[in-house]
Ligand binder design. Structure first.
Ligand code: UDX
Length: 458
């Protein structure tokens, strides 16, 4: 078993560190934040991720996992150092590599034995060659150091499971020594390993993420056309999914992709292409479609209503997807300011994201409107006029058409995740709009109320 250090305790770093310990390696996670280190030592994860706390407690107690701010002690005799620090997007779409550079320098100045430096963070193609050179330049001791690329494919909300059961491990190395060491580190996971060179590994990460983003934008584009021609995008997706070449995953139309990866990685690849004098037309289109899609429902609602001013608007779900407290690039952040600007009185519900959201939009009056955070779906809907569904949390999915009808004053639902049945809404008589599917408009509702009236008469 190896002695491993992990730099950065965000989603990528912490989950990597904990799972390495779980398979038997000795791991020290390094972070600059003293408070965070204290929290982790007490067995609490700074990020919300199913099953992570349990694994942290178990491996810490077993002595295989530790946390520190003292990078020197963690790096100096490590067999491998994994970099899981952030590479945030800059204004021009490029990735900010300053955290990578800081850690690379610390590594160069502290390691006292041969060491494999493994970059897990998503970095532009060619970055790891530069990291290799950078470390070499600042190296103090006479040791061998090699940089490998090992991109991460975990999804937030299922990060531990995704890591322990990954579809594949991508390793990008430039020598047999580095390849063998990285293969051995991953051997206990018993997962398929794809071994390529460093640049290909870096590219696999972008190409994979951007392909998925493209798939979503494609389905959103098709969804918008479905609405115009009277087709149902969910039926279309189901029909497509039987073709194994297409597959059944990531065909869900909605209000666009968010999160820490797809928005950033599409822009980064577009930037890399432009830097190389190439125009990546497909990815540009995926970015464009996504931008429009995020406010598609708001635009629909604006056409339907004269104003949002004085209306009680329920917002169900704030995070970019269920199972996480992450708000990065969440559609709620595009829509809530528009609603507030139009004078809406928002009642927002999210099982884990509300506290964080309140940092951007504090409870109370906000511009022309107001926002109130509530602790359950019923409170959000009570006496409401309009409801927007932004995240498909279980408790939001569980809301029935009857609840909308009975709790709200004027049930008018905009479902950004296509989680309810159009037929059920029609049956109960709830005005309902979603993405790429038939709308249950006011006239349908009146029609269903008429039918009910008639049925009750006879
Ligand atoms: C993604 C990748 O899945 C993961 O492999 C990579 O390492 C990081 O980026 P993540 O951002 O955690 O993971 O979430 P994911 O479940 O992929 O969803 C991303 C966004 O796409 C979400 O906003 C989600 O709502 C949206 N999405 C996903 C759709 O709109 N439709 C779909 O069919 C699938």
């Amino acid at each position: 078993m190896y002695k491993i250090a992990v730099a950065g305790t965000g989603y990528v770093g912490l989950v990597a560190g904990v799972t390495f310990a779980e398979v038997g390696h000795h791991v020290t996670c390094v972070d600059i934040d003293e408070e965070k280190v204290k929290l982790m030592k007490s067995g609490v994860s700074p990020i919300y991720e199913v099953g992570l706390d349990e694994l942290m407690q178990k491996n810490y107690a077993a002595g295989r996992l530790d946390y520190t701010t003292d990078y020197e002690s963690a790096y100096k005799d490590a067999d491998a150092i994994f970099l899981g620090v952030g590479t945030p997007e800059q204004a021009d779409g490029s990735a900010n590599l300053s955290y990578i550079a800081t850690v690379a320098r610390q590594v160069a100045e502290t390691i006292e034995k041969d060491c494999l430096v493994v970059v897990k963070s998503t970095v532009p193609v060619g970055t790891n060659d530069k990291v290799q050179q950078f470390i070499q330049d600042f190296l103090i001791h006479d040791v061998k150091v090699e940089v490998a690329s090992n991109p991460e494919f975990l999804s937030q909300g299922s990060a531990v499971h995704d890591t322990m059961h990954a579809a594949r491990i991508i390793i990008g190395t430039e020598s047999k020594w580095a390849e063998d060491r990285l293969m051995e580190i991953y051997e206990p996971f018993q997962l398929p390993i794809v071994s390529v060179n460093r640049r290909s590994a870096e590219m696999i990460k972008y190409a994979s993420n951007d392909f998925l983003a493209l798939k979503i934008s494609y389905m959103n584009d098709i969804a918008n056309l479905c609405e115009l021609v009277g087709a149902d995008v969910q039926d279309v997706a189901r029909g497509m999914s039987f073709d194994e070449r297409i597959g059944s995953k990531f065909l869900n139309a909605g209000i666009g992709f968010g999160g820490s990866c797809f928005p950033k990685d599409t822009k980064a690849l577009d930037y890399i292409a432009r830097q190389n004098g190439y125009e990546l037309k497909t990815i540009k289109a995926a970015i464009d479609v996504n931008k429009d899609q995020k406010t598609a429902l708001y635009k629909k609602a604006s056409k339907r209503l004269i104003t949002f001013s004085g209306l009680k608007v329920a917002v169900l779900g704030l995070t970019f997807k269920p199972g996480t407290d992450d708000l990065r690039e969440a559609p709620s952040l595009d829509n809530v300011p528009l609603l507030l600007e139009q004078g809406a009185d928002i009642y927002a519900y999210d099982p884990v994201g509300a506290e964080h959201f309140a940092k951007f939009y504090p409870e109370g009056r906000n511009g022309n409107g107001s926002i109130t955070y509530v602790s359950n779906v019923e409170q959000a809907l009570k006496d409401g006029n309009v409801c927007f569904v932004f995240t498909e949390w279980g408790e939001v999915k569980a809301v029935t058409p009857e609840m909308y009808k009975n709790l709200m004053r004027t049930p008018l639902i905009y479902d950004g995740r296509n989680i309810y049945s159009v037929d059920d809404m029609k049956e109960v008589g709830v005005e309902y709009y979603s993405i790429g599917r038939q709308a249950v408009s006011r006239s349908h509702v009146n029609e269903s109320e008429m039918i009910k009236l008639q049925t009750s008469r006879y």
